[in-house]
Design a protein around this ligand. Structure first.
Ligand code: FES
Length: 161
């Protein structure tokens, strides 16, 4: 197992480390840039970064797990984010989220088995007056209803990847 882990290499992550002169104090920027290129932080990328910066793999895993912005898994092709903060809760966001989970057959924080749609919670999208608020693939949508969400999900399911 050790030999297998030691053979992991990610050329993209190595390039990012070189661009930062393999400086351990640039770890957060290196992680961000690597994730931006790949969409997530793979085992190969983390091992490569740890080796390049001469920091322990345990330390790098600690940093990655501490910050919620870092993803260890490949993201779904489409992202549905539903606001679950107070103003949206007051106008039905919890029922909307339950509807979305049932419709997609996933829990919040998961993605569909075909990797097509990811469902996640956010806590205020700055659209409180038009709740329940949603963000779908980066587009803010107000006054979301289960019926509107069903139409949008159908479009995402049929959308080319
Ligand atoms: S509470 Fe939902 S957008 Fe602010």
């Amino acid at each position: 197992m050790t030999a297998l882990i030691n053979n992991l290499h990610h050329e993209g992550a190595r390039e990012v480390c070189r661009a930062h002169n393999d400086r351990p104090d640039a770890l957060l920027e290196i992680l961000h840039e690597t994730q931006k290129a790949d969409g997530h932080l793979s085992d190969e990328a983390l091992v490569t970064i740890a080796d390049a910066l001469n920091i322990s793999r345990a330390d790098i895993h600690g940093v990655v797990s501490f910050y919620h912005d870092y993803r260890r898994e490949e993201p779904a092709q489409h992202q549905i984010q539903l606001c679950r903060a107070e103003a949206c809760q007051a106008v039905g966001s919890e029922a909307l989220a339950a509807h979305a989970e049932k419709k997609l057959d996933v829990a919040t924080g998961e993605k569909t088995a075909d990797n097509k749609i990811g469902l996640s919670a956010v806590y205020c999208l700055g659209n409180c007056a038009l709740g329940p608020a949603a963000m779908i693939d980066g587009k803010l949508i107000g006054r979301m209803t289960p019926e509107r969400l069903d139409v949008l999900i159908a479009k995402l399911m049929g959308a080319p990847s």
